[in-house]
Write a protein that binds this ligand. Structure first.
Ligand code: ADP
Ligand code: MG
Ligand code: MG
Length: 251
C-alpha cells in the first residue's frame, strides 16, 4: 500500500536535509510502528507523507497503491484516503465538535465527487462510530478541543479518523503530555479500526504505546533513514536496551 523508495527530503526554507535515503514498505492490513530517538526525522516523515509544503523531496519517491503521490496536495492525498492525525490538536471555539466532523466528512466527499451527507445519515454514522470506539456522544456537543482533557482530544482525533474511513492512517504520537489513559484510547482506536484493506503507521517515541498496540512490523528511524526493521520483538529489545546498540552500528 505504501512504498517509500530512497526518499531524500529537506526543509524548504533553509535546505537542511532531514530525510536521507529512507526506504519503507507497509502492506494493506498492517500496523507498522516507527520508533527512533528524538530528532531522527519521524515527524518530518509524517508531514512529508501528508504533503506539507514546508518540505521538499529532492530524490526518491513515495508510492501509494503503486502510484506516486509526490505531486498531490494535502487535500488530494486526503481524498485518496491518507489520514494524518494531528500531534498538536487545534482548538476551534464556537464550533461544536459534531459540526466540525460533518464539515470534515463533507469536504472529503466533495473532493471525491460524492454528494454531501444528509443530517440523518451523518448522525447515524457518528453514533455508530462513537459506539464502536466507546465514545460518549455528549462530548461532541462541545467546541472541538476547547477545554478537552488529553484523553478527550485523543477520542475526538480517533473518532475523526474512523469517520473519514481512511486507507492509510498516520499517527505521530509524542511522549509529551500523553497520560496512560490517552495512550490506551489511541491504542484501542487503532486496534478497533484495523481492517484488511487499511494500513496504519504509528510513529512513537513511546515504547509504552506498543504495550497496547501490537504492531506487525517495527522500524527504527535514525538520522533520516530506516536503520533496522523487525517484528514486535524489536520494540521489546529497544525498551530493554535502548537505541545505543543499533545507532552505534549505523554511525
Ligand atoms: P522527531 O520527530 O524524530 O523527533 P523531527 O522530524 O521533529 O524529529 O526533526 C528532525 C530534525 O529536523 C530535527 O533536528 C529538527 O530540529 C529538524 N527540523 C524539522 N523540521 C524543521 C523545520 N521546519 N525547521 C527547522 N528544523 C527542522
Ligand atoms: Mg521530536
Ligand atoms: Mg516528532
Amino acid at each position: 500500500m505504501l512504498e517509500i523508495r530512497n526518499l531524500h527530503a529537506r526543509i524548504a526554507e533553509d535546505g537542511t536535509e532531514i530525510i536521507r535515503g529512507l526506504n519503507l514498505t507497509v502492506k494493506a492490513g498492517e500496523v507498522a510502528a516507527i520508533m527512533g530517538p528524538n530528532g531522527s526525522g519521524k515527524s518530518t516523515l509524517s508531514y512529508i507523507l501528508s504533503g506539507r509544503e514546508d518540505y521538499e523531496v529532492t530524490e526518491g519517491d513515495i508510492l501509494y497503491n503503486g502510484e506516486s503521490i509526490l505531486e498531490l496536495d494535502p487535500a488530494e492525498r486526503a481524498a485518496k484516503g491518507i489520514f494524518l492525525a494531528f500531534q498538536y490538536p487545534v482548538e476551534i471555539p464556537g464550533v461544536a465538535t459534531m459540526q466540525f466532523l460533518k464539515v470534515a466528512m463533507n469536504s472529503q466527499r466533495k473532493a471525491r465527487g460524492e454528494d454531501e451527507l444528509t443530517t440523518p445519515d451523518f448522525m447515524r454514522r457518528v453514533k455508530e462510530a462513537a459506539a464502536e470506539l466507546k465514545i460518549n456522544p455528549d462530548m461532541l456537543k462541545r467546541p472541538l478541543n476547547v477545554g478537552f482533557s488529553g484523553g478527550e482530544k485523543k477520542r475526538a482525533e480517533i473518532l475523526q479518523m474512523a469517520l473519514l474511513e481512511p486507507k492509510l492512517c498516520i499517527l505521530d504520537e509524542t511522549d509529551s503530555g500523553l497520560d496512560i489513559d490517552a495512550l490506551k484510547i489511541v491504542a484501542d482506536g487503532v486496534n478497533a479500526l484495523k481492517r484488511p484493506d487499511r494500513a496504519t503507521v504509528v510513529i512513537t517515541h513511546y515504547q509504552r504505546l506498543l504495550d497496547y498496540i501490537v504492531p506487525d512490523t517495527v522500524h527504527v528511524l535514525y538520522k533520516g533513514q530506516i536503520i533496522k526493521s523487525g517484528d514486535k520483538s524489536l520494540a521489546l529489545d529497544l525498551e530493554a536496551n535502548g537505541y545505543a546498540d543499533i545507532t552505534g552500528q549505523a554511525a
